[in-house]
Design a protein around this ligand. Structure first.
Ligand SMILES: [Zn+2]
Length: 343
C-alpha cells in the first residue's frame, strides 16, 4: 500500500488562547511565540474531575496573560490535574512551573527531559564553559562568532519560568487513562533526548510534539554537553518507529502547523531529506572541510548569528552520522579545528 499524501482537515487554527474541541474532550489551544515560528499548539484533555494539559507555551507576558484568563474559566469548572511536557524546549514547558504553582497540578515528563532541563537552568548562571567554546571553535566558528555565543550563553533561563522541584516520570509504552481513553506514551529521540508523544488508538489521535511536524523539519543537533553524540541516527530510527506505530487514518496533532493525516508519508519525507543531505555532504567531502564549510550545501538560507548554533549542531549531527556509518573520517589540526574527509 502506498502512503497517502498528508491531508489537513482544519484549514485554520483556533484564535490564540481559545480552546477548540477537535474530538470529544480533546481541545486544540494555540499560543503565540515571538519568533519567526510564531505559534505553538498545546493540547487540553478533559475529564469529569479535571484537565490534563499537554505543553504550556513559552514564558512570555503574552502567553501568561492568555493563560491567566483561560485558567480562570477552566478552573471555575474543575481543577487542572496534570501537566504533561512533551520535551524540555522552552516553547513547550516555559510556563510549566508557573502553571503547576498556580493550579496545584503535577508535572509529568520523561526523566531525561526533566533532568536535562534542570541542568540547563543550572548552567544559565555561569559563563560559557571552555569545553563548549572549544566545541564551536572546532567547527570553524571565528572569534567574533564565538564571542556572540559567549554573550548568549544561559539565555535558556530567560525563556522558561523555572521547573517544578519534583516531577512524575513518563516511560516509553506507559499508558495514561484520560476520560476512559487509553493514551500510550511513545518516546522519540534526536530532536531532544527523550521526547514523549501520546497516542490514543481509540480516538485515532497522535500528539506528536516536535517529533513529527507537517511542514518543518525539527532541528536535530549535537550539543557541547555530548560532543560525540549521534542524534541523527536516533532521529532516523525514531521516524521508523513512529511509522510502524501510527495507523494511516490517525490525526497527528503537532506542536507547530496544522493537524494532519498521512504520518507515514511525512515520516518518509523527513528521513529522505536527511539521507539526501548526508549524500551531499559525503560527495562534497572529497577534500577536507570544516563543519562551517558544509553550511551552504545543506541550508537554503544564509546562516546568521541567531541561527549559527542550530546550524552548527545540525551539521555536526550529519557528520557524526556519516562517521558512524564508516563513510567519513575526522582529524583535528594543531589549532583545534576539525577537518572532515570522506573515506
Ligand atoms: Zn522542540
Amino acid at each position: 500500500m502506498t502512503a497517502s499524501k498528508p491531508q489537513y482537515p482544519y484549514s485554520k487554527p483556533p484564535e490564540l488562547g481559545v480552546l477548540r474541541e477537535i474530538a470529544t474532550g480533546v481541545y486544540w489551544l494555540r499560543m503565540p511565540l515571538p519568533f519567526k515560528l510564531d505559534h505553538i499548539n498545546l493540547w487540553v484533555l478533559e475529564e469529569d474531575d479535571g484537565w490534563t494539559i499537554v505543553d504550556t507555551g513559552l514564558a512570555t507576558d503574552a502567553t501568561t496573560d492568555l493563560w491567566e484568563s483561560l485558567y480562570k474559566t477552566m478552573s471555575s469548572e474543575k481543577p487542572i490535574k496534570r501537566i504533561i511536557g512533551t520535551h524540555m524546549h522552552p516553547d513547550h514547558i516555559g510556563l510549566a512551573a508557573w502553571l503547576c504553582r498556580r493550579s496545584g497540578a503535577d508535572l509529568w515528563m520523561s526523566r531525561s527531559e526533566y533532568m536535562y532541563c534542570r541542568i540547563l537552568l543550572e548552567d544559565s548562571n555561569r559563563e560559557a564553559p571552555d569545553e563548549a567554546v572549544a566545541f564551536y571553535h572546532a567547527a570553524g566558528l571565528n572569534e567574533e562568532q564565538l564571542n556572540y555565543y559567549r554573550s548568549k550563553f544561559g539565555a535558556f533561563s530567560s525563556l522558561i519560568r523555572g521547573m517544578p522541584t519534583i516531577y512524575h516520570r513518563l516511560k516509553d509504552n506507559d499508558t495514561l487513562t484520560v476520560n476512559n481513553h487509553q493514551w500510550q506514551i511513545v518516546m522519540g529521540e534526536g530532536h531532544s533526548p527523550e521526547h514523549a508523544c501520546l497516542f490514543c488508538p481509540e480516538l485515532e489521535l497522535f500528539i506528536s510534539g516536535d517529533q513529527l511536524l507537517p511542514t518543518i523539519s525539527s532541528n536535530v543537533s549535537v550539543w557541547p554537553i555530548e560532543p560525540l553524540g549521534n542524534p541523527l541516527k536516533d532521529w532516523i530510527s525514531s521516524c521508523h518507529k513512529l511509522k510502524s506505530i501510527i495507523p494511516e487514518n490517525t490525526l497527528v496533532l503537532p506542536s507547530h502547523g496544522l493537524p494532519f493525516k498521512g504520518a507515514a508519508q511525512r515520516l518518509q519525507k523527513l528521513t529522505d531529506d536527511h539521507e539526501r543531505d548526508l549524500q551531499i555532504i559525503h560527495e562534497n567531502a572529497d577534500t577536507p572541510k570544516r563543519v562551517v564549510d558544509f553550511f551552504p550545501l545543506i541550508f537554503k538560507s544564509k546562516i546568521t548569528h541567531s541561527t549559527l548554533v542550530l546550524a552548527t549542531g545540525e551539521s555536526y549531527a550529519h557528520l557524526h552520522c556519516l562517521i558512524d556509518r564508516g563513510m567519513l573520517s575526522v582529524d583535528q589540526d594543531e589549532h583545534g579545528v576539525n577537518w572532515y574527509q570522506r573515506i
